[in-house]
Design a protein around this ligand. Sequence first.
Ligand code: GTP
Ligand code: MG
Length: 291
Amino acid sequence: MSIQWYPGHMTRAKKKAEEALEFNDLVIEVLDARIPGSSINPMIQSLRQARQRPHLKILNKSDLADPLITSQWLDYFNEQPHTTAISLSAKDIREVKKILLICKKLAPHRGTTVKPLRVLIMGVPNVGKSTIINALKNKRIAKVGNEPAVTKIQQRIELNDHIILTDTPGMMWPKITNELDGIFLAASHTIGINAYDELETSLLLYDIIKEIYPDILSAHYKIKLPFPKDEEFLEHIASARKFVVKKGEWNINKAAVTFLNDYRQGLIGKISLESPSSRIAMLKKINKEKN
Ligand SMILES: Nc1nc2c(ncn2[C@@H]2O[C@H](COP(=O)(O)OP(=O)(O)OP(=O)(O)O)[C@@H](O)[C@H]2O)c(=O)[nH]1
Ligand SMILES: [Mg+2]
């Protein structure tokens, strides 16, 4: 599956982020807890490293991810040098508040009225950056939406007289080289629908979930094993929900979108598409194929 996703506003967003890094003390990199490896934007990572800013990784949407896998990711990230990682659900205001204490620890030289702590919030689209800001501020100050690229320009928000947050538009990088990353990002709604095929993505997602969470998948869709083949699975959803194009013809496209939405909303269950070990194995395989 090929994904080309780099609209013009992202080139501007990158330039603006580069500038903003100069005037911020700390970077919060928001990741999707269901895909913490593939939602790392390598471009953000190199911008941050070039400026040598301390950073906090937040694995957001933890309410949708497999808790066991999330804790493996936290161990994995926290073992890496200069890395602090936490997981949370931005829907839980109490959980979000723990961010502030960690930020203060990561940049102890800032955080006074004279020298306020300036935090830049970055990440791929639709991971919940603006939702986190609203939860910190206890107010709907940043625009939030259930689709990628809702935030279009940087927004500076004074949390109080010693912390300033900057919300940024979600950023992607020009070319996703690992095919699996593209599938994970599209399935998890990080990429706008014009850049991928929903039917193809839904079938690829079905293959992945069937492999790693067969029990919750079969339970949710009341499937008697063995699992049906790809299109038959979508026919199963279409027939269960009475999605008909005309008599005798199931609406497969509607079933595909329904399946994607069920995963995105966590209706199937708590699902993590990758673990640290599955990611390491995937990268090893790719490197072997290259050589
Ligand atoms: N279940 C769940 N949904 C979340 C969470 N955080 C955010 N969302 C939802 O994810 C969607 C995207 O949230 P935003 O805050 O707009 O994401 P963003 O990263 O600012 O997106 P862009 O501005 O487009 O880059 C919204 O529908 C939120 O309600 C979370 O922790 N759990
Ligand atoms: Mg936003």
